[in-house]
Design a protein around this ligand. Structure first.
Ligand code: NAD
Ligand code: ZN
Ligand code: ZN
Length: 352
């Protein structure tokens, strides 16, 4: 077994009050009996981290808290009950830190719905720190050949969009509109949709995001900042002009929710994933009934979905571009994200 030298202090980004994150030194914790200690090498920055920073959601957050839930690194210590992970293995921190594994949701593999779920970077400390404690049962298993920077965004963005596409029910050959396609979840959604045999129609704002979406394999790009009629443009991009079989709503804005109901194909499905602050959507009952429209929410995924999402990455069918920043630069990444200026994902380099 490899022995790792673990320092007593480390660098972290800590939210001590809503709206600001502080780069500071904090103690390194020891793992409990069912936990592992992961030396985080890279951590993606998800828009959820920005919602957490700003207190956007009606869900209580721990304070102070260390954000981050796309953390990829190396297991450097483990508790006595952990038998299926070795020191030196690659492992990943995802949004679902733990669940009870025994309730009626957990036993059906609906772990994100567990009443006792703990959330990384929200109700427990996450991956914007060099040494993060995680529950062994829930950490993502990352094969050794993976590039840890590139795999980090799969741990939330990849998993979430893969699951969303699965529950959309779109068959190979069918089309899916991806709203927010130029962002972190969106770029990966284009690639998972392609890999799953679907035709992705990308919607976002700006020419640079358009270029990225087309490079990743979108069949059409619709710019919501310049389109005069999004509903008509989306329908025109689909077979018979009937609209896409599904819509993946990934924007942190609720305006596109109202448009999706108008352009989704009859008998189609709208999958709600983005969670704008105070977001609401209204569905005209008449349309929903006579056009048989399904509206559903999709919330990360379970451990099996995680393994499948990572498999696509390992096979090379999902490979979205990302930019790297330093852990200390988190605030500037948040500033760009707030202004919708990030194409794809930023990944923080957390440890050497
Ligand atoms: P991001 O900021 O990287 O991307 C969002 C994209 O939406 C941006 O490119 C932005 O330009 C685009 N956008 C904004 N308004 C738009 C509009 N009107 N039409 C089309 N595009 C628009 O964010 P992200 O990290 O991809 O996360 C997106 C959302 O998904 C966040 O609300 C996040 O909290 C949520 N999320 C949900 C889950 C889940 O399990 N349901 C998991 C992860 C993230
Ligand atoms: Zn996330
Ligand atoms: Zn449970």
């Amino acid at each position: 077994m490899v022995d790792f030298e673990i320092p007593t202090e480390q660098w972290a980004q800590v939210i001590e009050q809503t709206g600001t994150t502080t780069y500071k030194k904090i103690p390194v914790r020891q793992p409990g009996p069912d936990e592992v200690l992961i030396n985080i090498k890279y951590s993606g920055v998800c828009h959820t981290d920005l919602h957490a920073l700003n207190g956007d959601w009606p869900l209580e957050r721990k304070t102070p808290v260390i954000g981050g839930h796309e953390g990829a690194g190396v297991v450097v210590a483990k508790g006595e009950y952990v038998t299926d992970i070795e020191l030196g293995d690659y492992a990943g921190i995802k949004w679902l830190h733990s669940s009870c594994l025994a309730c009626s949701f957990c036993i059906q593999s609906l772990e994100p719905l567990c009443d006792h779920a703990q959330l990384s970077g929200y109700t427990v400390d996450g991956s914007f720190q060099q040494y993060a404690v995680a529950k062994a049962a829930h950490v993502a298993r990352i094969p050794k050949q993976c590039d840890l920077a590139a795999v980090a965004p799969i741990l939330c963005a990849g998993l979430t969009v893969y699951k969303g596409l699965k529950v959309s029910g779109v068959q190979p050959g069918g089309s899916v509109a991806i709203v927010g396609a130029g962002g972190g979840l969106g770029n990966l959604a284009i690639q998972y949709a392609k890999a799953m045999g679907m035709n992705p129609i990308a919607i976002d704002g700006g020419a640079d995001k358009g270029q990225a979406c087309m490079d990743l394999g979108a069949s059409t790009y619709i710019d919501f900042t310049t389109s005069r009629n999004i509903v008509a443009d989306v329908k025109a991009a689909t077979s018979e002009g009937r609209g896409p079989h599904a819509v993946l709503l990934l924007a942190a804005s609720d305006r596109p929710f109202q448009q999706a109901i108008q352009y989704v194909r009859s008998n189609g499905t709208i999958v709600c994933i983005g969670m704008p602050a105070g977001g609401n959507y209204q569905v005209p009952v008449f349309d929903a009934v006579v056009r048989c429209i399904n509206v559903k929410g999709s919330y990360v995924g379970n451990r099996q979905d995680t393994a499948e999402a990572i498999d696509f990455f390992v096979q090379g069918s999902v490979k979205a571009p990302f930019k790297v920043a330093k852990l200390e630069e988190l605030q500037s990444v948040f500033d760009m994200m707030k202004a919708n200026k990030i194409v794809g994902r930023y990944v923080l380099k957390v440890s050497d």
